[in-house]
Design a protein around this ligand. Sequence first.
Ligand code: AMP
Length: 143
Amino acid sequence: MTAPYDANNIFAKILRGEIPSHKLYEDAETYAFMDVMPQGKGHCLAITKAPFRNILDVDLANLNAVIATTQKLARGVKAAFDADGVTVIQFNEPAAGQTVFHLHFHVIPRFDGVALKPHTGQMEDQNVLAANADKIRQALATL
Ligand code: AMP
């Protein structure tokens, strides 16, 4: 038994515009933005607009939608940073490392020989996030 969805989680606040985010992409079902504590350059997140806690309670239509956005981001960050690869990660419940309880997929560009930084480690400079977001948005526009 998992806990119910909490509408006061930080991603719900981002979706309501109550706290800022570096927006990358949006469609009817999903939203994408920069992770503020990136595990690597260009780390970003794809989320559903509808309120799901994680992969355990999402319906298939919304899961399909957020996976499609995740693939778009993966292609976008690979092109934006000329990355060698892309890591996609998704955590469910605290035991698995989930810290924000609104369904999301992590998309992290990878470079040969460069290790991931710790999960929810250091806050990135806002100017760096803004510049990386710009690059990703430009790449997404050409896909
Ligand atoms: P998880 O542990 O999978 O729930 O990951 C939550 C992610 O959200 C972490 O990578 C955090 O760095 C990121 N995060 C937390 N707060 C914010 C925020 N306000 N804006 C963007 N990303 C955030």
